[in-house]
Design a protein around this ligand. Sequence first.
Ligand code: UGA
Length: 459
Amino acid sequence: MAVIADQCPDVQVTVVDINQNRIDAWNDSDLSKLPVYEPGLDAVVQRSRGRNLFFSTGVDEAIAAADMVFISVNTPTKTKGLGAGQASDLRWVEACARQVAQSAQGHTIVVEKSTLPVRTAEAVKAILSAAEQSVDSSQRTFSVLSNPEFLAEGTAISDLESPDRVLIGGEDVVAIDALASVYAQWVPQDRILRTNLWSSELSKLTANAFLAQRISSINSVAALCEATGADVREVAKAIGTDSRIGPKFLQAGPGFGGSCFQKDILNLVYLCRHFGLPDVADYWEAVVKVNTWQQHRIARLVVQKLFGTVTGKRLAILGFAFKADTNDTREAPAIRISKDLLDEGAQLAIHDPQVDSQQIARDLKLPASTAPDAEAGPTRAALSGEGTWWPTDDIASAVQGADAVIILTEWSQYRSLDWSVLVSLMRQPAWVFDARSVVIPAEVEAAGLNLWRVGEGEP
Ligand code: UGA
């Protein structure tokens, strides 16, 4: 929304939320306090806020004044009830549709921005058309469009400023033209795709499923490389140069995280089963299973290399965010891997340049301990086999006294670590587990450290 405001000074954008604290943070004069860390977002907000971009808790007033309402609420996986663990929880989408139905005035174009299961627009339309027919409707009318978002975190601003495509699904040509004319202010016409509503909803889920499938494919090949003496980076390059396959999304790693891939695939799986396609459901479900397997595999492998036990051992986890350049930890591979190691009784020093320690505690469902003195020998918790963790702001103190460094996010600072210095802080024999292919192997090995890199077999 901020980018729309930035690109279209003649369009007034009001972002509304019922959470006062969040709106206050969006309005904070200190741009470092925006609720989302995203490179370049602060500059975009600074340019438009107060000009044609406003943040407010006045939901009904904003709906009443709007020609177009974007529904951009969460659609997390249901945790209980019908479809628990797979289906999307649509309660907030429905609540929004009902609020729009109640507060809109005149003709309103309602745009589904949230990622939704295919045919959700049917429910939104039914709610809105009930409002059109109600006695007090004061001539309220609606058009429903689907306009899914394809931005990736960390590159959101450039993805929005020059998108591969903008997708608009709907039936009402006038409404589609109105939304297309907003995007046309900065997106070339041939990149604005028009489809029917259901194709648009399904394309969003399918795009994420295809991207995630490539990651599970390359991670499965990484395990085979480790077993056979191949190198997954070489294999990825060799297959990625085939223009039909292409080089992107072939980076083997600790598995995909983020708020979308797993949720959207599970939703696709649920839909396939719902529509009587169990084999198709099984096919897509395997993408998530391989992802989970890869994370457990990495934790298992760390334990095996450290003589079969990490109980009481200090390990440095570098990176907790699900990818670099974000503070988002939703479904981050670091969560499952750290939990497995904590279950084994490890003592984890966790470093991430953007994720705060309260978030890590929530994700691990374990409060932080105070950092133990590396010189003072094992703590009582360590001796009793209880897993503990503590946050560290600098890499040297994370590594101090550790038996291993485990790199789980590809932050740029992890690419230029001076292993000849870090090695002297570690307990020998020490290991580096590079799940993101960021280290220069020769430098790690020259420092006298053992190295495991994802997808690297012994030739
Ligand atoms: C993803 C999609 O890329 C966006 O197009 C989509 O709009 C978004 O989900 C969404 O539905 O909201 P995002 O989750 O922000 O974006 O980040 P990605 O860059 O796709 O990375 C997802 C995960 O895959 C990360 O954990 C990343 O480290 C991992 N990944 C990515 C790999 O392990 N290997 C790769 O080659 C690429």
